[in-house]
Design a binder for this molecule. Sequence first.
Ligand code: AP5
Length: 209
Amino acid sequence: MPRIVFVGPPGSGKGTQAAILAKARGLAHLSTGDMLRAAVAAGTALGQQARSYMEAGRLVPDDLVLQILSERISAADAQRGFVLDGYPRNLAQAEALARITPLDAVVAFDLPFPELEARLAGRRVCPVCHTVYNIVTNPPATPGVCDREGATLVQRPDDQPAAIRTRLAVYAEETAPLTRYYAGRKLLRTLDARGEPQDVAGRLLRLLA
Ligand code: AP5
């Protein structure tokens, strides 16, 4: 029952690798970003509170995110093991997580800054099935159209240049220090996130073996 956390800057490939690993290992993929975007799309009270923070690239208040994560992590599928992508983002969240569940490994994604910006600027998402594409590195067969749904692909509001800059700055200030926190607890493993997704996935599997 592996309980794995991914920590890494925006655009480093956490969501892409979490989907691959979850499928390969039969784990639940828990993404606080996806949970919050679903709440925004559904127009729930929590989603309405979270929306402006997300669009600006700032962190949603800790109590709201903990509420949504606590519900999801107690679901039946997560009891067989999970990969948690996007939480924790600061020390208070790391301590809250430690009160909810033990962890087996924390993977820190390492990617140079210019590549992060390029990946984020090129990301496009299907509004129906949420498949993630990239106009440069992972384009759909027909430009701008989802291969599965035929829907017009969209850009996340927080993938605009100003929000990207804010997200990278928030990561450097609040989230990056968590690597020291988890290294001190002997949980940290650092992943070289450069290269093709399948190559990164191979390195990730070896790192967790
Ligand atoms: P969240 O959705 O978690 O966003 P993020 O951490 O900024 O990460 P991203 O989804 O941008 O990137 P990723 O690392 O998953 O990369 P991906 O695989 O998509 O959070 C969004 C917002 O929600 C936050 O800003 C905040 O407001 C809020 N939030 C979420 N959690 C929170 C929390 N715990 N506390 C408070 N607020 C919270 O890949 C990116 C692109 O690159 C894609 O186009 C992909 O196709 C491409 N790509 C992936 N891998 C490769 C590769 N190996 N080579 C080339 N291209 C690649």
